[in-house]
Design a protein around this ligand. Structure first.
Ligand SMILES: Cc1cc2nc3c(=O)[nH]c(=O)nc-3n(C[C@H](O)[C@H](O)[C@H](O)COP(=O)(O)OP(=O)(O)OC[C@H]3O[C@@H](n4cnc5c(N)ncnc54)[C@H](O)[C@@H]3O)c2cc1C
Length: 280
């Protein structure tokens, strides 16, 4: 079998570009020693210094198009970045907060209006806007079709009532990407009839209660009780009733990255065991 030299060159160039990403992400993450993470963990302190360092270097927009302040890179690059963050000793306390800038905006990138993209994406790329992600409910975990949070149209606005759980980042987030039922569950097409909203996490209408948990102490998990939250029509992502399908466009690539974050943690353990440089 002959080997095409052009193909090898392409592969080598790709491997070299990925190595650069790996080294750059690792260098940046390793500025934060284990002591930093220990302090964040003990004090349950959100790692803003870490997030801002990645924001200033442009990494929060790794998957966003350049037109919205992003790097326009792909899933492989995002997976490498997050794996290196976990491997640096930051574990999920570091990977999870960067992760939440990278994946929740994906349904907006693919399905949002131009107006919505321009209002949300550049702010997220700069680390100025933290958006929580509200899908899971106490009675609807893996079976998302059973969510009960409801949005009702009133003129050019929507009014949302319901409850979310395990909502990461809701202590600090200004917005929430919220999935709500806009028409009743139909047994024949259970995943239709849910809509995605980019809502203000307005504390007058959202009671955010922290959940005590073991692990990942710096990054908060919450219950969110929503009572009469208004969202404008222009803050609906894509078409009404298609929200679940848009969500999957973000959730599927996200699974890859959660796995590589786990691999990063495993490598950190091996690095420590074999004396490879992790700063104390
Ligand atoms: C650290 C962390 C952060 C999170 N952040 C967010 C967030 O920001 N926003 C958000 O919306 N959610 C978040 N989640 C929630 C997460 O997405 C849910 O935990 C997940 O969707 C599963 O839901 P559940 O925990 O209710 O599990 P369940 O739905 O109760 O499922 C538990 C187990 O039972 C199995 N199971 C369920 N039903 C059946 C059945 N009928 N037959 C056979 N097996 C079944 C499932 O496969 C699973 O293994 C977070 C979770 C964690 C742990």
């Amino acid at each position: 079998m002959s080997t095409n030299p052009d193909y090898i060159e392409v592969l080598e160039a790709r491997e070299s570009a990925l190595s650069e990403i790996r080294e750059a992400a690792s260098r940046l993450a390793r500025r934060f020693p284990l002591r930093y993470w220990l302090e964040c963990d003990k004090e349950e302190k959100y790692p803003w210094d870490f997030v801002n360092t990645f924001a200033d270097a442009g990494w929060l927009g790794i998957l966003l198009p350049k037109a919205y302040g992003g790097m326009n890179l792909g899933l492989t690059e995002a997976a490498i970045m997050l794996s290196e963050i976990a491997r640096s000793g930051a574990g999920m306390s570091g990977a999870s907060d960067i992760h939440f800038y990278v994946f929740p905006p994906q349904p907006i990138v693919r399905h949002g209006s131009e107006d919505l993209k321009r209002r949300i994406l550049p702010e997220m790329a700069k680390g100025k806007l933290l958006m929580a992600f509200g899908v899971t409910e106490p009675t609807a975990g893996v079976d998302t079709s059973r969510i009960r949070t409801k949005a009702e149209r009133r003129g050019d606005r929507w009014v949302i009532n319901g409850q979310k759980v395990w909502t990461t980042n809701a202590q600090n987030a200004k917005k929430i990407l919220l999935l709500a039922r806009t028409s009743p569950r139909d047994e024949a097409r259970p995943l239709d009839g849910m809509t995605l909203f980019v809502a203000d996490l307005d504390r007058k209408h959202c009671d955010v209660r922290i959940i005590d948990k073991l692990g990942r102490a710096p990054v908060d998990s919450n219950e969110v009780f929503i009572d009469g939250l208004e969202v404008a029509d222009q803050d609906v992502v894509g078409e009404v009733g298609r929200g679940f399908y848009y969500l999957v466009d973000g959730l599927n690539p996200e699974r890859v990255v959660v796995a590589t974050e786990g691999i990063g943690i495993g490598r950190a353990a091996l690095d420590l065991a074999t004396g490879y440089a992790i700063r104390a």
